[in-house]
Design a protein around this ligand. Sequence first.
Ligand code: TMP
Length: 207
Amino acid sequence: MPRGKFITLEGGEGVGKTTNLVFIENYLKLHCIPVIVTREPGGTLLAEKLRQLLLDKESEAISEHAELLLIFAARAQHIQHVIEPALASGTWVLCDRFTDATFAYQGGGRNMKNSTIKWLENLVQGSLRPDLTLLLDAPIEIGLERAKSRSNLDRFESEKIQFFEQVRRAYLLQAELNPNRIKVIKANQSLIDVENEIINVIGNFLR
Ligand code: TMP
């Protein structure tokens, strides 16, 4: 049984990750690829509890290091209990956010050192990296409007505009540094155009 592939979906707030995640899942299933869909932070019982702590706006101020370590703690659980077993059994893993989000939010948004994040990435992930990452990119105003109209804002969504500008910039820098793995998809176009771009990227990947 060949090892499964690890695909991640990334992007700032309100860029349409949820809708497109379902689209990608269906597209893979249509091609008879066994796939599980999961998310970060989260994906296991403990990791989902850590997610709640991370998103809770009412909590005491969370230090940057505590935030970073909670994210990697959740990731360690997720890798050990969900991602690795699936990949090893030949199942593909489609994950809503992974470590590129840490480089974007904690690195870009919070100005934490990339070298610190890389150190934790190596510690927690060993050699595990996504095989393909789709980065949905849109001007932040568009995404934030969508996010606001949806629900009560969580701890990250309540950040200032500058934070999201830095997140977006850091995501695009990650894409520039990893052009073979990270494919940027313009999210501020019609859904059908976004879907066509996704088909293009995944189609190339499958070939
Ligand atoms: P979601 O809104 O995509 O479900 O993600 C939850 C939030 O967690 C989102 O605002 C981004 C944040 N996040 C980080 O700050 N660092 C990370 O490494 C991950 C995976 C998510």
